[in-house]
Design a protein around this ligand. Structure first.
Ligand SMILES: [Zn+2]
Length: 322
């Protein structure tokens, strides 16, 4: 082989090497990209945690999304407090409580995420600030159809501000009790089970509006801050047949003063919901409540762990999306 040929062969060899190195580099780069992408996809889903609505609206699970109407309940993450948003199969809206005053921005952004400007029905279960704190601002900023509250009043600035804003809003106001059925959507029954007329309530929690929402074969029982005293009153007044529900929003944020054994037995729910702040000062939910739920095979969904939680039902099946 002459010198020229040798040189040519060397040149070809080094070009071949370079091409191989380039190929290896490309493969390594692609592998690294694949690893980064798979790690990104495995990342924790965004949680609401007092900012609430990053993951809203929660999409209807595909197994329910077969064209039949779906009733949606969203337990908003308002920290230590309660705020529930109900959307009927035909799109009617109901807001039950509005958390503390500071939680209004969370309620507001949740309503915005669902494209809601008008709320057909608003319910103030009882006059404590962790339930009606955000209500004055809701009444200031939203068109409201009908407002439901009880005769159990308060003298707090929060309550007085809510009353002022009720007058300014101009919505219809009903002082409601257990003789009322809330007319909201023809396909959904919303019964008021508490307060019971003629019954004397010594505290606001036990005078909470308790709602039974029924769509098809599925019922949701929403209890405000009702405690064992009222739970026993309901068991006595209605019995298990009437209280039976698939989903129970636990009274008083999972406090040990609520969710007594007899009431849980009567309701017989499979799913429990609790709205509470992370590391709250009250020790909610109480261990004894967790034990009572576990003993009955109930699954608990809580805002301090999951952020907003959605319940979907087509009237037959129930899906809870934490
Ligand atoms: Zn409360």
């Amino acid at each position: 082989m002459n010198e020229d040929r040798k040189g040519e062969t060397k040149l070809r060899a080094s070009r071949g090497q370079k091409a191989r190195i380039g190929l290896y580099a490309l493969i390594i780069a692609l592998l690294l990209l694949a690893i980064v992408l798979s790690l990104a996809l495995q990342a924790e889903p965004i949680r609401c945690e007092n900012r609430l609505s990053e993951k809203l609206p929660i999409p209807v699970p595909t197994e329910l999304n077969d064209g039949k109407g779906v009733l949606t309940l969203v337990m908003l993450d308002v920290g230590q407090g309660d705020s529930l948003l109900l959307i009927s199969p035909s799109g009617k809206t109901m807001l039950i409580d509005a958390g503390e005053e500071e939680a209004f921005s969370a309620v507001d952004s949740a309503l915005a995420a669902y494209g809601i400007r008008r709320i057909d029905a608003v319910v103030a279960t009882h006059p404590h600030a962790d339930h009606i704190g955000g209500m004055a601002d809701v009444l200031r900023d939203y068109s409201v159809g009908t407002f439901y509250m009880t005769d159990f009043s308060a003298t707090t600035p929060t309550y007085k501000r809510m009353l002022r804003m009720l007058r300014k809003n101009g919505c219809a106001v009903y002082r409601t009790d257990a003789e009322t059925e809330i007319a909201w959507d023809d396909a959904v029954s919303v019964e008021v089970l508490n307060p019971i007329p003629e019954q004397v309530y010594e505290d606001a929690n036990n005078a909470s509006i308790v709602l039974k929402v029924t769509y098809g074969d599925v019922s949701l029982l929403l209890t405000g801050d009702a405690e064992a005293k009222t739970e026993m009153l309901l068991v006595g007044a209605y019995g298990a047949e009437k209280l039976k529900a698939d989903v129970l929003k636990l009274g008083h944020h999972g406090s040990r003063s609520s969710s007594c054994a007899a009431f849980l037995n009567a309701v017989g729910a499979k799913y429990a919901l609790a709205s509470l702040g992370k590391d709250n000062d009250y020790g909610h939910p109480h261990e004894s409540v967790l034990n009572r739920l576990a003993a009955r095979g109930m699954t608990l969904y809580r805002t301090d762990e999951s952020g907003c939680v959605a319940v979907f039902t087509d009237g037959t099946r129930v899906c809870v999306v934490p």
